[in-house]
Ligand binder design. Structure first.
Ligand code: CO8
Length: 259
């Protein structure tokens, strides 16, 4: 099933939902319409128990070349502040279904920030990550200074945010920004394989796993460990926990029903 939108393509393959950024005339720059479409598509997939993982990818030579500079250029402080420009992207981080980001080409500014909102990040060898906002007289505005620093540490984050330089795929992997690098022509297949693997697990367990790892970024160690343990206890209320453990004991593959 493929749905047409203005700036994205939406498709379902088995239990995987695919969102493809498709705004070729602006290298997939993230304008307000694209934000609305991505957030709505992701929310619809999140609400669908038939979807167990989401792939977010770009097209052409970019994942996304940033927020839309032309849309912002003439705005003033009070307009940006009142509209809470970019706050809409927070909804993407509230998606509970695991999201696999597949990046080829440019992931700059808001594009890099959107990639970092994904749970598993896979890069093509052509991927380039950067926070070039300093070149525009601003700074990252969709979480880049925070998520990049947590992902790669202060040294590299300061280097990138202050100079605006780009990281290639190999450096991004070394720095821990992405989990794997693959040849560009393998990117979508690899992302679909990872998504398919996740989607075959128990959905409540996968959602809990995402929440637990995400908590490591937002809480202290003791609080995070307690949160994880409580989630772990809670999973003993699911049918999938009974099935998973029974299947192990019977030396067979589990048949998860996502309940
Ligand atoms: N916004 C709008 N349009 C864009 C953007 C963008 N971010 N990026 C590219 N485009 C457009 C170009 O203007 C061009 O349009 P046209 O053909 O009409 O001139 C078209 O896409 C193709 O781009 P190029 O011709 O430039 O393609 P190149 O291959 O020569 O260059 C680059 C590719 C290097 C990626 C180049 O396009 C570039 O530098 N883009 C801008 C990258 C950038 O600075 N991104 C950061 C944007 S700011 C941001 O994301 C967060 C801002 C935080 C503000 C906080 C406020 C609260």
């Amino acid at each position: 099933m493929t749905e047409q939108h203005e700036n994205i393509r939406v498709e379902t393959r088995g239990r995987t939902g695919i969102i493809t950024l498709h705004r070729p005339k602006a290298l997939n720059a993230l304008d307000a319409a694209t934000l609305r479409e991505v957030v709505a598509a992701a929310a619809a997939m999140d609400a669908d128990p038939g979807i167990g993982a989401i792939v977010l990818t770009g097209s052409g030579k970019a994942f996304a070349a940033g927020a839309d500079i032309k849309e912002m250029a003439d705005r003033g402080f009070s307009e940006m502040f009142r509209a809470d420009w970019f706050a809409g992207w927070d909804a993407f981080t509230r998606v509970r279904t695991p999201v696999v980001g597949a990046v080829a080409g440019y992931a700059l500014g808001g594009g890099c920030e959107l990639a970092m909102m994904c749970d598993v990040l896979i890069a093509a060898d052509t991927a380039r990550f950067g926070q070039p906002e300093i070149n525009l007289g601003v700074i990252p505005g969709m979480g880049g200074s925070q998520r990049l620093t947590r992902a790669v540490g202060k040294a590299k984050a300061m280097d990138m945010v202050l100079t605006g330089r780009q990281m290639d795929a190999a450096e991004a992997e070394r720095a821990g920004l992405v989990s794997r690098v693959v040849p560009a022509d393998r990117l979508l297949d690899e992302a679909l394989e990872v998504a398919g693997t996740i989607a075959a697990k128990s959905l409540p367990a996968a959602m809990a796993a995402k929440e637990a790892v995400s908590a490591a970024f937002e809480t202290g160690l003791a609080q995070g460990v307690l949160f994880e343990r409580r989630l772990f206890h809670g999973l003993f209320a699911t049918e999938d926990q009974k099935e998973g453990m029974a299947a192990f004991a019977a030396k067979r593959e589990p048949r998860f029903t996502h309940r």
